[in-house]
Design a protein around this ligand. Sequence first.
Ligand code: NDP
Length: 350
Amino acid sequence: MTIQKEQDDIFLPEGELLTLCYDFLTGHGLSPSQAQALAEILCKAQRDGCRSHGLQRLPGTIETMAHPAFNHTADPQPVELTPAITRIDADYGFSTLAARRGLPSLLANAKQIGIGVLAVNNGFHSTALWPVVEEIAENGFAALSMNPTHDWVAPAGGRRGALGTNPIAFAWPRTNHPPYVFDFATSAAARSDIALYRQEGRAIPEGWGLDAQGQPSTNPANVLAGAMLSFGGHKGAALATMIELIAGPFIGDRTSRGSAAFGEGASAAPCHGELFIAFNPAIMEASNRDAGFPQDNAEDLFTRITDQGAHLSGDRRYRARALSAKKGIAVPKALYEKILGMMAFSGPVK
Ligand code: NDP
């Protein structure tokens, strides 16, 4: 999308960036524990070159915190529903603190009984999913995470939004390499990408969306007013439907329609549930030696991907991470100055 020239960036050490985000959020009245959890996720995205979900999200947190239901001092506590299932109510704060606090139970359950399920309810959410699944995999477990958003996406063959952009992330633990991780929306393109095309006065590629009359359109403004499309036609739409169901009704939370209705009239991040599942490969490991050692087979698969020069999901981020460790974390100067300007006008800590 927009090419960011390196001379437009400043480079900050991770600690400094974390302090900047934390001070921004607490300055706008967010509790220290919520601010810490959100700041960590935003900094990780910025560090790994996922700019759309890094510091760029910081100014928008003010609009989310202005939602009438937003709870600046939410103090989520996990509840064990069964030996496998943990629920944690984000209580209308940002979902990141709830996910952080639910993680120990999820990991303990996966270790003990082979699988752990964590349901986060009622959280305002607009961050990338990969940081949490990567952390689960670093603990030795495979992981899935998903959530609905707002109902901006038409089903295959439909004309109106009925599904969210519904991201899904997966991670697999590896021994001598950081985890294999993928994380993407089930829409053909992210909504923020379409907004960027509109801003730049450019047509979007065919297949990304429909206008308000349900006709295919390459006009970004018309698609934002109409409906987006999922990736892969009916396949992406079916995946998005599954996400609506298991990260919505299954965990007793909103679908993307409910989330949109809740957000009506406010420019806050979507508020909904989030599902995490951790699987313990060690439980199965000893059960079928005829098929070979599971980790060896997994590594063989990764080698067969990389041997032909294909990209292994997650590796771009790991390369960006290594560069950040060497040079500092790149932040666009204009964004940095915008954030500093918004800090100057921030209110007292509540
Ligand atoms: P992309 O379409 O850019 O896909 C990104 C993923 O695909 C990464 O895992 C990336 O790996 C991998 N990938 C990219 N190219 C290749 C390739 N050629 N071969 C193999 N793997 C590849 O992502 P989206 O724009 O759909 O989503 C971006 C982010 O937005 C995600 O982090 C998602 O969580 C977030 N999001 C969050 C929402 C929310 O509700 N909070 C809603 C929608 C999106 P690599 O890391 O190596 O680049």
